[in-house]
Design a binder for this molecule. Structure first.
Ligand code: NAD
Length: 357
């Protein structure tokens, strides 16, 4: 350590219950939060799980709203908020991935209803006070402490149905949060530790998860990593990688987690020369500090995950639009972001080449 410590760290008031059978604690968590009746929110595909959850908490469940959609369209947020009000619910239980938890956040934002989150992917939304709402194809995001869940239950049994392909990209999405936390303008030593451990846990667990989705021990390690990476997202400001994915998702409607998976090695390769601390931490987490960006690209390959924007449906001509969208909105990044650099980065990500050294 050659420079003195200098940071500000704001811990978020999060409560986490993790482990096999964590879901059995849901009724206790609802009581602990002082809630009487909750609305259970989920995506249409997770309706059966939501019914199981509702049955588990008995009369504490006022009803189920199985209509969460990716990126929280405002109409879907309004319908959920109205349903919650009609049921006279005083809280929400959001069961599922970032879409279900995002819907819970929209209801919390409108009515101030506390959220208890039961995540079933590795996206990490449950650890942040960031909300998102999409109107006329434009996604707005903001921060509000009311949307941070009061309690989060991580039960690995709920992730065994997550297909290998979704597990792989969702896990890489989580790793991206930790990578950018390591070079965030508001990084801190506590978050550095969480980021390094989160990447270590996920990078080791994901190949086992993809090989056998019912391996509860691997699922548990992946969920532990996802929690840490989500906490990093909640505590820091994201940079180039997240801005690129936001622009690709918002402008071209590319799928969230696969887009993160493809872009991450390229965004990291771009930033590596300007962040020796992140390279060292990722090197410790991945077992080799020479070039973490290439190691993550190889990991995506081993997981059978997509490695090109082309295979996600992006046209090569759209590279210029994305460069423009990213450049018109300046933000903190360890390395200066130039049109030329971005064009090269996106060109490699589009065609699926290894990240540039
Ligand atoms: P998602 O919630 O849409 O889930 C992805 C897919 O997995 C869906 O088809 C879903 O039905 C399926 N799925 C979920 N759990 C499953 C299970 N246990 N078994 C089988 N299938 C299951 O997507 P996501 O990647 O979890 O989240 C992405 C969304 O979350 C985006 O809108 C993103 O912007 C948002 N997000 C927000 C934050 C934040 O801090 N606000 C953080 C991360 C992600």
């Amino acid at each position: 350590m050659n420079t003195p410590f200098e940071f500000a760290y704001q811990a978020l008031p999060m409560r986490v219950v993790m482990g096999p059978h964590a879901l059995d604690r849901l009724a206790d968590e609802i009581d602990r939060a002082g809630l009487k009746t909750v609305i259970v929110l989920c995506s249409p595909e997770q309706e059966e799980l939501a019914r199981t959850v509702a049955a588990l908490i008995g009369e504490r469940a006022a009803g189920i709203h199985p209509h969460a959609r990716m990126h929280v369209p405002v109409e879907s947020a309004a319908a959920a908020a109205e349903h919650a009000a009609a049921l006279d619910a005083d809280g929400c239980v959001a069961v599922g991935g970032g879409s279900a938890i995002g819907l819970g956040k929209a209801v919390a934002l409108r009515h101030g209803l506390p959220i208890i989150a039961v995540p079933t992917t590795y996206a990490g939304s449950e650890m942040t006070s960031v909300w998102g709402l999409t109107e006329d194809g434009v996604k707005r995001t903001g921060k509000d402490p009311r949307v941070l869940p009061v309690s989060v239950l991580y039960d690995p049994a709920l992730t065994v149905t997550l297909p290998a392909a979704v597990s792989a990209t969702s896990g890489m999405n989580a790793i991206a949060h930790a990578v950018e936390a390591l070079y965030a303008p508001d990084a801190s030593p506590v978050i550095d530790l969480m980021a390094e451990e989160g990447v270590r846990a996920l990078a080791a667990a994901l190949p086992d998860v993809v090989a056998d989705g019912t391996d509860m021990e691997a699922r548990s390690r992946a969920q532990y990593g996802a929690w840490l990476c989500g906490a990093c997202l909640g505590a820091t400001t994201m940079s180039l990688h997240h801005k690129l994915c936001h622009a690709l998702g918002g402008t071209l409607d590319l799928p969230h987690a696969p887009t993160h998976t493809v872009v991450l090695p390229h965004a990291l390769a771009y930033n590596q020369p300007a962040t020796s601390k992140a390279v060292a931490a990722l090197g410790r987490a991945l077992g080799d500090a020479s070039d973490p960006a290439t190691l993550l690209w190889e990991l995506a390959g081993r997981l059978g995950a997509p490695r090109s924007l082309r295979e996600l449906g992006m046209a090569e001509e759209d590279v210029d639009r994305i460069v423009e969208a990213v450049l018109c909105n300046p933000y903190a990044n360890p390395r200066e972001v130039t049109a030329e650099g971005l064009t090269r980065l996106l060109g490699a990500a589009w065609s699926g080449e290894p990240p540039a050294a």
